[in-house]
Structures are given as C-alpha cells and as structure tokens.
Design a protein around this ligand. Structure first.
Ligand SMILES: N[C@@H](CCC(=O)N[C@@H](CS)C(=O)NCC(=O)O)C(=O)O
Length: 208
C-alpha cells in the first residue's frame, strides 16, 4: 500500500488528531503543508480536496476524504496496528458520542473562544472567554461522567475518542484559565497527563 497523504498544518488541532491516529497505528504518511490562514488565501487546488477549505484533508491510493472523524476511522480500519475502536456496540456508540460532543460543543469553546482569544488578541473579548469557559466546564463535566474505569476514556483500550480529545485539551491548557479549569476535574487531569505522555502526542507537537 502506498503512504497516505495528509494535507494540513502542524498548528491545527484537527490535523493533530489525524496525525495521532496515524502515529498510534504506526502508519508512515506524508504531511503536505497547507496553511489555511496564509495571507494569499487557500489555493484553488485545495478546494478539490476540501470544498469548505478546512484542514485536514486525506488521500490514500486515490481515495479522498475530509472530516477528521471519517479520516481517523478509515485510518483505524484500513491499516494494521492496534485497534483504536471498541468492538461492542455500546463502546462504539460512546466513542461516537464523545467525538461528536467535542466537535459540536468543545472545539470552538475551548480552542477559539478561550485559548485563541486569550493568546492572540490584543484586546480579548472577556464575554466570549467567559462563555467559552462555561461551555468548557460542561464538556469536562460530561467527559468525567462518561469516562469508563481505566486509563482511557473508554476504559482499558486507547480509542479514537482519546485521540480526538487530547489535541483539543492541549490547546485549551495553553492558557491559565484552561489549566485552572482542568485542575478542577482530577480524573480528566490524570487522563490528560497519561495521553500527553504518549509518543503519538510528542511526535505531533507543533515545531516552533
Ligand atoms: N469538521 C472539520 C473541522 C476541521 C477544522 O475546523 N479545522 C480547522 C483547523 S483546526 C480549520 O481548518 N479552520 C479554518 C477555518 O475555520 O476557516 C473536521 O472534522 O475535519
């Protein structure tokens, strides 16, 4: 099989999710740089890979995908390596629920409304940050209540749910408010230390 290609940038949370899945599976891949925030805009050719101009996009032997959740499932199912999805219906449903929740309610609040707003803006919008923190608290509460016994979100098996959550939380804890909030959820803080200790996490850190 040929090496898959991932289009994206190392600063992106979603690109990191896909890269962590590739690393956990031990799949070699090519990262084709694509900066969606470049001054010259998104190149026209890229819109054929991702009509909405987001990153990542993925390609394997001519098979193209976008949407990180679809990409990581494909990576898990098309390549050898440790399985990253539970076999039972309830485990799979729980994994899908956690991923869906992070996409719908976690990413924007934690990454954009709190972390990016605090880090990048000269005059941060405090109302936006407060709203983001409030939603982040709900996300962490729900993750705590859904987390199974064991080292990972779904118990003893590291799954795509862990790989989806880790880069979102990693961005959130770049700021003090994020670190302080996570510290109030001991189980999630322990889980985060564990997932942040994985080689897949270290190997996908943004290079300065
Ligand atoms: N639903 C998409 C979301 C991807 C996404 O939002 N990626 C961000 C980077 S982390 C992006 O491309 N943002 C550019 C923009 O919002 O214009 C997925 O699951 O892949």
């Amino acid at each position: 099989m040929t090496k898959p290609i991932l289009y994206g940038a190392d600063y992106s949370v979603y690109v990191r999710i896909a890269r962590m899945a590739l690393e956990e599976k031990g799949v070699g891949y090519e990262l084709v740089p694509l900066d969606i925030f470049a001054a010259e805009g998104i190149p026209a050719w890229y819109l054929e890979h991702h009509p909405f101009g987001r990153i990542p996009a993925f390609e394997h032997d001519g098979f193209r995908l976008f949407e990180t959740n679809a990409i990581t499932r494909y990576i898990d199912e098309a390549f050898d390596g440790p399985s990253l999805q539970p076999v039972d219906a309830r485990g799979r449903a729980r994994m899908g629920q956690i991923i869906g929740m992070l996409d719908a309610y976690g990413y924007r609040a934690m990454v954009w409304d709190v972390a990016v707003e605090r880090l990048e803006k000269t005059e941060p919008d405090e109302t936006l940050i407060a709203g983001g923190l409030s939603q982040a608290e709900t996300v962490l509460k729900v993750l705590t209540s859904l987390k199974a016994d064991g080292p990972w979100l779904l118990g003893d098996q590291l799954t795509l749910a862990d790989l989806h959550a880790a880069p979102v939380i990693a961005y959130f804890v770049k700021v003090e408010e994020g670190r302080d909030l996570l510290a109030r959820f001991a189980d999630m803080q322990d889980w985060y230390s564990r997932v942040a200790g994985r080689q897949s996490f270290a190997r996908t850190k943004k290079v300065a």
